[in-house]
Design a binder for this molecule. Sequence first.
Ligand SMILES: Cc1cc2nc3c(=O)[nH]c(=O)nc-3n(C[C@H](O)[C@H](O)[C@H](O)COP(=O)(O)OP(=O)(O)OC[C@H]3O[C@@H](n4cnc5c(N)ncnc54)[C@H](O)[C@@H]3O)c2cc1C
Length: 404
Amino acid sequence: MTDRVDIAIVGGGMVGAALAVALAPLGLRIALIESQAPPASNPSWDERCIALNAASQRIVEGLGLWGDLSADAEPISSTHISERGRFGVARFSAAEADLPALGYNVPLRAIGAAFAASMAQVDGLQLLTPARLEHLQIGDDEAVLGLDLQGEARELRARLVVAADGARSTVRERLGIGADSRDYRQSAIVTAVRPKRAHNGVAYERFLPTGPIALLPKPDDEHGHACSLVWTLPSELAREKLALSDADFIAQAQDAFGERLGTFLALGRRNAHPLERVLSERLSAPRVLLVGNAAQSLHPVAAQGFNLGLRDVATLAEVLAGAGDPGAPALLADYEMRRQRDRARVSDFTDGLVRLFSNAVPGLRGLRHWGLLALDLAPPLRQAVLQQNLGYGSAAPRLARRPA
Ligand SMILES: Cc1cc2nc3c(=O)[nH]c(=O)nc-3n(C[C@H](O)[C@H](O)[C@H](O)COP(=O)(O)OP(=O)(O)OC[C@H]3O[C@@H](n4cnc5c(N)ncnc54)[C@H](O)[C@@H]3O)c2cc1C
């Protein structure tokens, strides 16, 4: 069987799903190909919370999804960044950015449900799932995708293929597009904790010699206060912590984080994510574009990966609006040009943070101390870092812009 579409999106994780929703108003024929049956087994839809920055909140609002998400989203009113055993603390607040919140901490499950409901309403969208991309051939006017759709071979023709198939992108691999990979040999343990004291909307990140521990605010519920916890550790140590009893894990997490939010009273389910950086050498090839983790997969220390992926999506929707052939070379070049700067700045910033804080060399300790103090005290540096973390560091796509 052969089908023809304008755009084939390979990968229906968070970024592929966001793209399918963002392209809905363009009236194109779109196929979304996802190898996992939705939603529980999809790697994107796990127990994590995602810190959406201010620009991403605007994008989600522009996609018409904020109404569904806002009830589950906890506003982040300020951040508090510190290093164990040091006085230097960097604080940022929504008030200084003149915004109601620096961002929002939202359960992935809620984001997944909102995207799924929205995709179900999109005319002209074919959801092919569970379906795997197996082969890819590129011609002058279209690409031919060989799929395994529930055990049956199927062929699909598309004028544009968008790779949203994650850090180990099959599209990238089939086309021989290289990627610069760095295994950090660290894993992030993700869970939830109930601290005794209210978080008051503060997102905490505390750097330790073994890696950062972050507590982000979640909505209170009938059982009390709640925070999501992301604890980055060398992978071997993370394995040991995963094997601890809940009581021992809570005690060790408390020791790592300190007493700022009082005693940790309860713990959620623990998951671990191995951490690597993968940067695709290119963002385009004839008839193909890369978005999200397929283009750049980052360490979560600065909570930027999905935020960057959403700006890929918003930019692509902008570039495709009113276009004739969605795979035309000029259009692909335009997308690649518009995304280069943002992606380079955010991935360099994130990687720089990981290196700076994961090194116990005495000189670097001093630099970290002065770096945190400078961040707290020097207005130009504060503004640069703040704008970047809000998602406004580079020319933002229209969907993400702040109202004038
Ligand atoms: C611990 C942790 C915390 C994080 N916290 C934040 C945060 O607070 N804020 C933030 O912005 N980001 C955060 N991130 C990053 C964020 O999770 C990722 O950037 C985001 O999930 C990337 O989504 P994606 O859709 O590009 O890729 P993926 O989630 O990897 O999705 C790729 C999809 O493609 C499918 N697929 C793969 N190959 C094929 C194929 N051959 N055929 C069909 N389908 C295929 C897969 O099944 C998958 O569903 C965090 C990451 C981690 C690990």
